[in-house]
Design a protein around this ligand. Structure first.
Ligand code: HAM
Length: 425
């Protein structure tokens, strides 16, 4: 019996010809690049469990957000606790910060994570029930440079991967005073059209009107198109802060568009919010997003430290890379594939295999003893760079004919010189 995967989840397999974005060698390449960039920007890795108490996300991401109200995988464990698979990383990282008393380690904390997130949404291209995020969170610094650094880091990741055609959308949702004033104005704008709002937004008009700006429902979108702009409600401090973030991005030559309706789908944000959109992704076009969330740590029982961060969807990055034909890593293959003929050759090749691996080379050997033609085909499938057939005469002379599988050329190489020759290639 063959078991089907549940909808919206997928395997990452060594190589997938039909859906190349699921090939693990591309994921490894991406993860390496993400870790390198994180390290260059001074971020250290943090790993948190995939299950957390449900209240954590209710308190932070917000009960009225789509993520919490509709998309969480929530269950009761055998001890009667309500647990949820994490739908995002920020809340979990802040929970770990509080539990681990990380504030004792210094004034500023830069943390990154890579891992699966779970959202029960309708699966479609670019939207999965298990997806993977790289995220970075900077805690302890309320300064426009820190916001700009986060946006710059996202931008650097995408440009190092060779992605094009991306746009950065930027906004500020100001401080508490800004949002109190803006909420009233937004309510006043939408109230006369109450009956035209979607059912969710009817409720949100009372509980959390800013959420309506993030609604995907066409009726809500239309009503929000001429809504008041939050930028007209900024306090002096919020206005200056945002102007400085913009100036810093200009100085880094990062192009952005200000979108005053951008509020993001999670409730913990204040001040700067941003989203990076790939124009080659179709409907699920947001490749990454983030913003400042100064009150979150305190609301989770931690110290009153400001924070800003972002996360990017790894499936969407890889799909954009493939769509745009961005440079991909070479598909992996052994440098040398050894084919022994006969028992004596098998023994000699097995020792040679061990010695060459000790030199750090990727070498493989045929253990099956099948016909030469079949084994050659296998070496080809593996994309071996060189192949060497070892029989009695090779054993006598301690020399192999090293066959270059691309050019077909052969060169004699002594066993004891193989490591040097292969390492030069
Ligand atoms: P988010 O915008 O909800 O933000 O998710 C971040 C990214 O994850 C999205 O831009 C998208 O690329 C990807 N993503 C989200 N849902 C899916 C899905 N169902 N399938 C595929 N990809 C998806 C957050 O999660 C915040 N925690 C970001 C943050 C970090 N803000 C501050 N720090």
């Amino acid at each position: 019996m063959k078991y089907q995967l549940p909808p919206g989840v997928f395997d990452i397999i060594p190589e997938d010809a039909r859906e190349p974005w699921r090939s693990s060698y591309i994921w490894l390449y991406l993860e390496d690049l993400l870790r390198t960039v994180a390290q260059q920007y001074g971020y250290l890795e943090i790993r948190t469990p995939v299950i957390e108490r449900t209240e954590l996300f209710q308190r932070s991401v917000g009960e009225s957000s789509d993520i919490v109200s509709k998309e969480m995988y929530t269950f009761e464990d055998r001890g009667g606790r309500s647990l949820s698979l994490r739908p995002e990383g920020t809340a979990a990282v802040m929970r770990a910060f509080v539990n681990g008393n990380l504030q004792q380690l210094g004034p500023v904390h830069k943390l990154y994570y890579i891992g699966p997130m779970f959202r029960y949404d309708r699966p479609q291209a670019g939207r999965y029930r298990q997806h993977h995020q790289f995220g970075a969170e900077a805690v302890g610094c309320h300064s426009p440079e820190q916001d700009a650094e986060i946006i710059d880091m996202a931008y650097t990741i995408y440009s190092r991967l060779g992605l094009k055609n991306l746009s950065v959308q930027l906004n500020t949702i100001g401080d508490d005073a800004t949002r109190v004033a803006f909420r009233d104005a937004l309510r006043a704008h939408l109230q006369p059209h109450f009956e035209q709002l979607s059912d969710d937004s009817k409720t949100r008009l009372e509980t959390n009107p800013l959420r309506i700006l993030d609604s995907k429902d066409p009726r809500d979108k239309e009503l929000c198109a001429d809504a008041p702009s939050i930028l007209d409600f900024l306090t002096d401090e919020s206005r200056d802060y945002f102007a400085e973030v913009c100036r810093l991005l200009d100085s880094l030559k990062i192009a952005y568009t200000i979108d005053s309706n951008l509020v993001r789908g999670l409730d913990y944000y204040n001040q700067t919010v941003f989203e990076v959109v790939s124009n080659d992704l179709g409907a699920q076009s947001s490749i990454g997003g983030g913003g400042r969330y100064d009150g979150l740590l305190k609301s989770l029982g931690g110290p009153d430290l400001p924070a800003v961060g972002f996360a990017t969807g790894m499936e969407r990055i890889i799909q954009t890379m493939l769509k745009q034909e961005a440079p991909l890593p070479p598909a992996p293959g052994p440098t040398l594939f050894l084919i022994p003929l006969g028992d004596a050759a098998r023994h000699r090749c097995f020792t040679l295999l061990g010695a060459l691996r000790q030199e750090g080379l990727n070498v493989q050997m045929d253990f099956t003893g099948r016909k030469l033609g079949k084994v050659m085909n296998h070496a080809n499938q593996l994309r071996a760079r060189y192949v060497a057939v070892v029989g009695d005469s090779e054993l006598d002379t301690e020399t192999v004919e090293l066959k270059d599988m691309e050019s077909g050329k052969k060169q004699p190489v002594r066993f004891d010189a193989l490591a040097d020759v292969l390492n030069q290639n």
